[in-house]
Design a protein around this ligand. Structure first.
Ligand SMILES: Cc1ncc(C[n+]2csc(CCOP(=O)(O)OP(=O)(O)O)c2C)c(N)n1
Ligand SMILES: [Mg+2]
Length: 808
């Protein structure tokens, strides 16, 4: 870069000098070269898939200028230039991600768990403890579902508002500087068609949070143009009704052309200043962007763009335009820009080569070790030829991957003869090496589904509820209310929000009076918006708060299930322990009335949210204990209160707010010797009724409440019961083949219960259809005590017809 500053005809502001402008141009060129080279890496087979940020470089550089330490990003796969400009991502990391680098030193964002351009910074140290998030720039971890980044963005922004306005948080350090942090969102134009986008926008407008969303508008969602995506083909025009007026709060709305560098710099400076200072949400609609390389490496855009459209994209390419602007304003000679362009390409190439070397070297070393182990000895038996062939083939692979090595190792092991003395040590060496590699790869590709820190929920020590002479008999609702009161009083990071949670204290009054006592920032009503209630919780939890997000009824969790499944459940895993969101989702389920207030779709959740613990307490004493356990941990959980238990009587534990129910530990509720009955939630009371009925017929049932489905019976207590009874029934009110099938798999396969069975294992569930309305509808849709009796009696009859003759 030249040293003689030239006069800039249209200065942007005092902070953007000629020097900076040329640096920006260089970064834009580096990013573009990375995209071009990255695409080639995919086409030549070194990487599997590529999606890049080409055509969006210039506005991202402008946005990065106003992104500060403490700020947050929640965006998508086009943001590589922003990430680089903000210093959160390097060119080398760009290539490392592309190759699927698993070493966190080279791919700190996702450790090889996600496809390329899925960004994240690390909020946690290697022990899983929070870093000081105010001292670093933060990017929440990306996910692929379009608009999936939106719900959490709301929470990231809301955290600033809480840190600023809740006096109880003033002394909490490491997460915020008086709520000055802005949450920056990015989204493609086509993805604004998703409900998540509109739901988030509305909620941010209502809440007035410092959320700044940029729409990168290139006119396309893969092959589908704006015409089919957006009313009036213009998202900022469409959202005009959201705009702030002199009398009413709303959004600031800006629209700017994505190639107009000085205008973009000014726009971001102005918009973000207001957003940061006054907590006004902002929409930046960035138009006329392009896709020089098309959507991704799967397919080419020549298939659906006309020649004219492709020509126009070339003309409006933001790099071309920025270059022109620099020359027109006499900020550099053409030759100087050419030098910059050459340097950019060189830098990108070097980064690529370095990243590839880091990626390949350890794999090649692993291959060498395998080959050396196999070559150390030679066996005269006839299988040697087969072994040699496998080794030769493996050696010939120019760019080996681990699959090649392990697969070869396993095949060789099969061919190492067991009789030949010479081969014996090799067999032992090889199998030891394979075992070691499999363990390393299990960690490499499978760790951190849940927290692995000392605060893992699995490490929280049990503190039993204490019931003594002073314990009053109260309703279940009152137990929960007293527990929430203690939680909110003692932990300043906690807050509870959801529909009807605030003013009336929840539809079942489990938070009655708490808003009046602790204020609207701690106990908060929200709009009817399940997806963003969960997203709000995720974002808040990522910023160090301890939210309890309430979903009014379990049946309505479906609206938020995508967010739970794709975002929350994968968070620790997809960052390999780099981020966490210890969010508690509180809901109520199981039988009450009709299709949408008595569902118990446990298989729906346990199969879609592995990564979030799923707790199914039978009463409110148990539920309260689970809240306390989860708040003592850094894992997320879904806690399902039994809907029909709020008015039932329970004893108020004297240590309310303090006791902790361990997770993954069932409870034997009644001892028995003939058969084991396994259930949870509201079915426990039905089971207890049936156990009494069966007693009259001389059948002794061991009743086990599993209490938590994820994790499930960590100490294999059910197996111990089965060893004693040799007969077992799994009972719930999910669909046939639902959570009962899951429990069977756990006990018979994982715990090895199959060998202890003397009778066919059975399940008892609700019907395939959802429950009909009214008490009779429930009786004939859901399993009841008579059904439990009949099934268990039948099993006992089949086992011993003489002792248990046919009854009906
Ligand atoms: C929920 C969901 N549906 C479909 C897809 C597949 N998909 C990936 S990107 C994309 C188009 C997105 O277009 P846009 O939001 O305009 O972003 P752009 O790629 O143009 O920057 C689609 C349909 C997805 N990832 N997630
Ligand atoms: Mg688009």
């Amino acid at each position: 870069m030249g040293t003689n500053p030239k006069v800039i005809k249209s200065p942007i502001n005092s902070k953007v000098s000629r020097e900076i402008i040329l640096q920006d141009y260089q970064l834009a060129c580096e990013s573009r070269q990375a995209s071009l080279l990255g695409r080639r890496e995919v086409l030549t087979g070194k990487a599997k898939f590529g999606i890049f940020g080409d055509g969006k470089e210039v506005p991202q550089i402008a946005m990065a200028k106003v992104f500060r330490e403490g700020d947050w990003r929640s965006g998508y796969y086009r943001d590589q230039t922003f990430m680089m400009a903000a210093g959160m991502f390097t060119l080398e990391e760009f290539f490392a991600q592309l190759y699927g680098e698993t070493d966190l030193n080279y791919n700190p964002g996702n450790g090889g768990r996600l496809m390329n351009n899925h960004f994240a910074t690390r909020s946690l140290d290697s022990d899983g403890k929070w870093k000081d998030l105010t001292k670093q720039k933060n990017s929440s971890a990306d996910i692929s579902p379009t608009a999936g980044q939106m719900p959490r963005l709301l929470g990231l922004a809301l955290a600033s508002k809480l840190f600023r306005n809740n006096p109880g948080l003033k002394s909490c350090s490491g997460f915020s500087h008086n709520g000055e942090e802005v949450a920056f969102g990015t989204i493609g134009d086509a993805s604004t068609s998703e409900g998540h986008f509109l739901e988030t926008m509305n909620a941010a407008g209502v809440l007035q949070v410092p959320m700044a969303i940029s729409v990168w508008d290139d006119g396309w969602g893969i092959s589908v143009p704006k015409k089919f995506q957006t009313t009036k083909e213009n998202i900022s025009e469409l959202l005009k009704g959201f705009e702030k007026t002199d009398t009413q709060p709303g959004f600031l709305i800006y629209r700017e052309r994505g190639w107009d560098y000085p205008a973009l710099c000014k726009m971001y400076e102005d918009g973000i200043a207001q957003c940061r200072k006054n907590h006004i949400p902002v929409l930046f609609h960035i138009t006329e962007l392009t896709q020089p390389l098309g959507h991704s490496t799967s397919g080419s855009h020549e298939r659906y763009k006309t020649k004219d459209q492709l020509e126009r994209e070339k003309e409006f390419d933001c790099l071309v335009k920025m270059r022109k602007w620099i020359l027109e304003n006499a900020m550099a000679e053409s030759s100087e820009l050419e030098e910059i362009e050459v340097a950019a390409l060189q830098k990108a190439r070097e980064a690529r080569d370095k990243a590839w070397k880091h990626f390949q070297d350890p794999i090649k070393k692993e291959r060498e070790i395998l080959i050396r182990t196999v070559r150390t000895s030679h066996c005269p038996c006839k299988k040697q030829e087969r072994i040699d062939k496998i080794v030769d083939d493996l050696q010939k692979i120019t760019e080996p991957i681990r699959k090649d090595i392990i697969s070869s190792g396993k095949k060789i092991l099969r061919d190492v003869c067991t009789t030949c003395n010479l081969k014996k040590p090799m067999k032992a060496d090889l199998s030891a090496w394979l075992d070691e590699q499999l363990t390393i790869n299990a960690e490499r590709y499978g760790s951190h589904l849940y927290s692995e820190s000392v605060h893992s929920a699995l490490n929280v020590k049990e503190i039993p509820p204490e019931i003594n002479g002073d314990s009053k008999t109260v309703t279940g609702r009152e137990v929960l209310q007293a527990n929430f009161d203690r939680i909110i009083a003692t932990n300043p990071y906690t807050l509870v929000f959801g529909e009807d949670v605030g003013k009336i204290g929840g539809v079942n009054q489990t938070l009655e009076g708490l808003q009046a006592k602790y204020g609207e920032l701690r106990i908060t009503d929200t709009g009817i918006r399940e997806a963003t209630i969960i997203g709000q919780g995720i974002g808040l939890a990522m910023r160090g708060l301890r939210p309890i997000a309430e979903i009014q009824y379990f049946d309505y969790l479906l609206y938020g299930l995508e967010v739970l499944s794709d975002d929350l459940a994968t968070l620790q895993y997809r960052t390999k322990g780099g981020q966490k969101a210890p969010l508690i989702i509180s809901t109520r389920g199981h039988r009450l009335e009709g299709i949408w207030h008595s569902g118990s779709p446990l298989s729906m959740v346990i199969n879609s949210i592995r990564g979030v613990y799923v707790l199914v307490p039978r009463n409110m004493t148990q539920a309260a204990g689970f809240y306390n356990t989860m708040l003592a941990s850094d894992d997320p959980a879904l806690i399902i209160e039994p809907l029909n238990g709020y008015r039932l009587k329970e004893k108020m534990p004297v240590n309310i707010g303090e006791y902790r129910i361990p997770i993954g530990i069932p409870e034997v509720l009644s001892k028995g010797k003939d058969i084991t009955l396994v259930t949870y939630g509201s079915c426990v009371r039905i089971a207890q009724e049936a156990v009494q009925q069966l007693k009259d017929f001389d059948i002794s049932v061991e009743l086990i409440d599993v209490r938590s489905l994820l994790p499930f019976d960590r100490n294999h207590m059910i197996l111990e019961s089965l060893k004693k009874t040799s007969k077992i029934v799994f009972f719930d009110e999910d669909v046939p083949g639902g959570a009962t099938a899951y429990m069977i798999q756990k006990v018979l396969e994982e715990q090895g219960g199959f060998q202890y069975l003397d009778a066919e294992p059975k399940t008892l569930t609700a019907n395939d259809h959802r429950p009909a309305y009214s008490t009779d509808g429930d009786y004939f849709s859901n399993p009841n005590a008579e059904d439990v009796f009949d099934l268990i009696y039948e099993i006992m009859h089949n086992y011993s017809p003489a002792r248990y003759p046919t009854l009906y």
